[in-house]
Design a protein around this ligand. Structure first.
Ligand code: CO8
Length: 377
C-alpha cells in the first residue's frame, strides 16, 4: 500500500433483524393454497392448454435445494394471504420517515455504537442495496438528516454485491481523503419484489438491514476493528437474474406489476456460472496479496444457497469448511440480497484474534462479485 494513503479500517458493524419470521412450512402452505385455488378457478383454460397449471411447492425441496428454512419479513401481513400474496406495507406521507430509512437507521445506530462513533464523526452516508423505494431524494440523505450528519450521502444499487461494492467505495473515499468516516448501510427490503405466486422463487428472499462504519486507522477507538488489506470488484453482464421493474414502464404502457417486473432467474445457470467465477475471484485476489488460502481464518460469504457456498469453498480449500470457518446464516435469514455476507460478519467476528485474516465476498445478480480481505487489529 502507498504509505501516503491513510490505513482504512472497518470499525463497527450493525445488524437489524425484523421481528416477523416465516418458516418454509408456513410459506409453502400459503403458496399451495394459492396454487390450488388458481388451478380450480382456471380449470377450463388449463384443460384447453391456454394456461399452465400452477405446480405445488414443498418445504422439503426448499430446505434441500437451498438450505433455507426460514426468512424474516419487514411486514408479514399479506404475504401468506392467498388473495394477496405480497406484503401489506403502510403508505407513509412525504413528511414521514420512509420504511427503508427506518430500516437503515436501526442498523446504523448499532454500527455507530459498535464503532464508538457519534454521528458528528461521520462525513458520508452510503445507502447501497438491491432496490431503493424511490429515486429521490436519496434515502441516504434522509438518513443523514435523521442522524444529523454533516457532509454528503448517496444511494447506489448493485443487487447482490451492493454491500461489498459500497464498502469498496468507502475504502476508496477514505484512501483518497474525500471522507474520514463513512457509514455504509444496506436496508434490504426484498419482500415487495418477491413473486410469492411463483413456485420456483417464492422461498428465496428475506428482509434485513446491515450497516458498517469505515474510517481511518488513526481515528479508530473500537474494540473490534479490521484493517482492510485489499478490495476487489468485478462485473460481467448476465440476464440470468433479472427484474424489469423501473420508471420506464409507465411510458411503455406495460403492466408495472407483471411477473417480469419482479425478481426472476434461471437458477441452475446462475449456480453453474457464478460458483467458478466467485472461487477464481477469491483465489486470484488472495494470490495477488501473497496470502495462502489456508491461512484465512474466516469466510464471510454471500448467503444465497448452501450448495453454492459448499461448492465455492470446496473449490478453494479442497474440503468443506466448518460452520466456524465459513458461517452459514441463510438457514434463518434466507437470501437477503447484498446483506448476507455482512450478516455472517456481524454474527461471527468478535472471537477472531489480532492478526487473523478474513474474507468478505458477495456474488450474484449482474453478475457482480465483490470482496474485501480483512485483518483483525
Ligand atoms: N418445490 C418443489 N419442487 C420444486 C420447487 C419447489 N419450490 N422449485 C423447483 N422444483 C422442482 C423443479 O420443477 C425441478 O423438477 P424437474 O427436475 O422435474 O424439472 C426440480 O425441483 C429441480 O428444479 P431446479 O433445477 O430449478 O432446482 P435447483 O436444484 O436448481 O434449485 C435454486 C433451485 C434453489 C433456485 C437453485 O438453482 C439456486 O439457488 N441457484 C442459485 C441462484 C441464486 O443464487 N439466486 C439468487 C441470486 S439473486 C441475488 O442474490 C440477489 C438479487 C437481487 C435481490 C432480489 C430481491 C427480490
Amino acid at each position: 500500500m502507498n504509505n501516503n494513503k491513510p490505513s482504512v479500517v472497518i470499525s463497527g458493524g450493525g445488524l437489524w433483524t425484523p421481528e416477523h419470521s416465516i418458516s418454509n412450512e408456513e410459506l409453502v402452505t400459503a403458496y399451495n393454497a394459492y396454487a390450488e385455488k388458481y388451478n380450480a378457478e382456471h380449470s377450463d383454460e388449463i384443460a384447453s392448454g391456454e394456461l399452465a397449471e400452477k405446480p405445488l411447492s414443498s418445504a422439503e425441496f426448499v430446505a434441500k435445494a437451498s438450505g433455507i428454512r426460514s426468512r424474516f419479513a419487514y411486514c408479514k401481513d399479506g404475504i401468506l394471504d392467498v388473495d394477496r400474496m405480497r406484503p401489506r406495507i403502510s403508505k407513509r406521507g412525504d413528511n414521514e420517515l420512509s420504511h427503508q430509512a427506518e430500516m437503515a437507521l436501526k442498523a446504523a445506530r448499532i454500527a455507530l455504537k459498535e464503532a464508538n462513533k457519534e454521528p458528528s464523526d461521520v462525513d458520508a452516508v452510503i445507502i447501497s442495496c438491491a432496490y431503493t423505494q424511490r429515486s429521490y431524494p436519496a434515502i441516504a440523505i434522509e438518513v443523514q438528516n435523521e442522524l444529523g450528519i454533516e457532509g454528503f450521502g448517496f444511494d447506489m444499487l448493485v443487487a447482490c454485491s451492493a454491500a461489498t461494492f459500497a464498502l469498496q467505495r468507502a475504502y476508496e473515499m477514505i484512501s483518497a481523503g474525500t471522507a474520514k468516516c463513512v457509514l455504509a448501510i444496506n436496508p434490504e427490503l426484498t419482500s415487495p419484489q418477491v413473486n410469492y405466486c411463483d413456485r420456483d422463487s417464492h422461498f428465496i428472499f428475506g428482509d434485513v438491514s446491515t450497516a458498517t462504519v469505515v474510517e481511518t486507522a488513526d481515528t479508530c477507538t473500537s474494540e473490534h476493528s479490521y484493517n482492510v488489506l485489499d478490495t476487489k470488484a468485478v462485473t460481467s453482464y448476465s440476464n440470468n437474474i433479472r427484474s424489469n421493474f423501473g420508471y420506464v414502464s409507465r411510458a411503455e404502457d406495460s403492466d408495472p406489476y407483471a411477473p417480469d417486473k419482479l425478481f426472476h432467474q434461471e437458477g441452475r445457470k446462475v449456480f453453474k456460472e457464478v460458483c467458478p467465477m466467485a472461487a477464481e475471484h477469491i483465489r486470484s485476489q488472495l494470490e495477488s496479496n501473497d496470502i495462502e488460502v489456508g491461512s484465512v481464518k474466516r469466510w464471510w460469504l454471500h448467503q444465497a444457497n448452501i450448495n453454492m457456498n459448499t461448492l465455492i469453498t470446496k473449490k478453494l480449500l479442497g474440503q468443506v469448511p466448518s460452520q466456524e470457518e465459513a458461517p452459514i446464516v441463510l438457514d434463518r435469514y434466507a437470501n437477503t440480497a447484498s446483506a448476507g455476507s455482512l450478516i455472517a460478519f456481524n454474527l461471527h467476528h468478535k472471537d477472531l484474534k489480532s492478526g487473523d485474516l478474513g474474507v468478505i465476498c458477495s456474488f450474484g445478480a449482474g453478475y457482480s462479485i465483490g470482496s474485501l480481505v480483512l485483518q483483525k487489529r
